[in-house]
Design a protein. Structure first.
Length: 110
């Protein structure tokens, strides 16, 4: 079981952390590590979901939507741990999470 940071599913523009300085470096590193991991295993549901969250939280909603749409077509449906800072961690099937991610992208457009 791997960790998907679920708190990213519903960021409002005013709730996004500033991505400058230290936070920006962390996000850039996370994106680089996820891209490298996906080169090795492009069907890793946890990496795909985390990568979509990084894209979403850095304002690249169209790219994030494309990644979210890939997950349901994967051959496997592993359990992933979902961390939301407002609730206790829980496990979910990876293929259920893209629907939440896409819904949050829709709500950001409004």
């Amino acid at each position: 079981m791997t960790v998907v940071r679920g708190g990213g599913f519903c960021p409002q523009p005013h709730q996004r952390r500033r991505l400058s300085g230290h936070n920006g470096q962390k996000v850039e590193r996370a994106e680089r590590v996820l891209r490298e991991g996906l080169k090795q295993d492009p069907n890793d549901a946890s990496r795909l979901l985390n990568f979509a969250l990084v894209l979403q939280n850095t304002g690249r909603e169209a790219e994030a939507a494309g990644i979210y749409q890939q997950v349901p077509s994967l051959g496997s449906n592993p359990k992933v741990a979902v961390y939301d800072p407002y609730t206790l961690p829980k496990s979910e099937c990876a293929k259920r999470l893209p629907k939440q991610g896409l819904a949050s992208l829709d709500s950001q457009k409004r």
